[in-house]
Design a binder for this molecule. Structure first.
Ligand code: MRU
Length: 351
């Protein structure tokens, strides 16, 4: 059974529970969030992480923030909602699903401006739950489409964690492996450990092992060698934001993998839902890249791993140019050799 990454417990006066991913693989614990500030902290601290899961958390965080609003008319209610939205929007800058989900929640409120405020609040909870449910279906579609690109016996190299934990429950890049297994294919994986926060080592290996898919953990710097040894059939990664031309932001190190894959003639796939595209940005150079604390690089497990005060550069993401991407796998179809025209055609109906 897939893990439930995030859930709403109870009715409108309920709360959010999410797997605290900072504790995995040692401890599998749900943390409770009853305020938008707690959701903000959970996103910021990567207790909940991965673009689609961040979007779901933000939508639920918005509900937590407006359900006790004492506003008596729509305009006053919207003023409260905008305040909560703006706060949640500062939690992390790169994954566009965060902003997509908040916009969708705001649109839901505006589309239901004629409802009494208590009903409007319920309507917003329904929408957040719909985002969660849609993600489950979307990820399964991505998985099935991606699995068709794999053959029996293939080995996939993946980076960071684009598994169930990064979504409602099934993943994007890792969903391709899950679905291939469900289709009866024997597939294996290499998981990059993914410095500095080790999402690959801590989360991806944990998920794949639970699913019964053989996985070998490698240091990030080992990727070139396993490719050279001819042991990688395809690279499959997730995405945090895809520009209109197909340039893709994903966990730092992804760009390097795309260059390596090209050099070794290995297909490089990005698996992501339509909600990860940002058609307002023409090129990847416009994607805001999160810079994180130096301590993520200089310390581990409470111990120093570098001299005190050393200068650190710690971008959380990099951008892979569309030209290095063999195909983008979405729930609506597979875009081979992605470019602006093909992306616009596939997403023409909106996101
Ligand atoms: O910093 P993180 O752990 O949130 O980064 C996550 C990734 O880079 C994932 O690959 C991406 O969000 C896709 S998740 C389906």
């Amino acid at each position: 059974m897939p893990v439930e990454t995030i859930r709403w417990v109870g009715r409108l006066d309920g709360w959010v529970e999410l797997v605290d991913q900072t504790l995995l693989p040692g401890e599998f614990t749900y943390v409770t969030c009853e305020t938008p500030e707690q959701v903000w902290e959970a996103i910021r601290a990567l207790r909940v992480r991965g673009a689609p899961a961040i979007g779901i958390a933000a939508a639920m965080g918005l509900v937590l923030g407006v359900r006790d609003s004492e506003a008596r008319d729509f305009d006053a209610f919207m003023a409260d909602l905008i305040q909560v939205r703006d706060c949640l929007a500062t939690s992390r800058p790169t994954a566009v699903n965060l902003f997509w989900a908040l916009q969708r929640m705001e649109r839901t409120a505006r589309d239901n401006a004629d409802l009494p405020i208590p009903e409007l609040k319920q309507r917003l909870l329904d929408e957040a739950l719909r985002i969660l449910e849609e993600d489950k279906d979307t990820c399964r579609r991505i998985g099935r489409r991606g699995a068709e690109l794999l053959r029996d016996g293939d080995t996939v190299l993946t980076h960071c964690n684009a598994g169930g934990l990064a979504t409602a429950d099934y993943g994007t890049a890792v969903a391709v492996l899950f679905a291939a297994k469900e289709q009866g294919k024997h597939v294996r994986a290499f998981a990059d450990e993914t410095r500095p926060l080790l999402q690959g080592a801590r989360l991806t290996t944990w998920e794949l092992r639970q699913a019964g898919i053989p996985v070998t953990l490698i240091c990030d710097s080992t990727a070139a060698q396993v490719m050279k040894e001819g042991r990688v059939s395809a690279v499959v990664v997730g995405a945090d934001r895809i520009a209109a031309n197909g340039d893709t932001a994903n966990k730092i190190g992804t760009y390097g993998l795309s260059v390596l894959a090209r050099e070794h003639g290995i297909p490089f796939y990005v698996a992501a839902p339509a909600s990860t595209f940002d058609l307002s940005l023409r090129h990847g150079s416009e994607i805001p890249i999160e810079q994180r604390d130096a301590e993520e690089v200089t310390r581990w497990g409470g111990r120093a791993t570098a001299p005190d005060g050393i200068e650190v550069y710690n971008p959380a993401f990099d951008v892979t140019p569309a030209k290095n991407i063999t195909a983008i796998i979405t729930e609506r179809g597979v875009i081979r050799e992605p470019n602006a025209e093909k992306i616009a055609r596939l997403l023409g109906g909106g996101q």
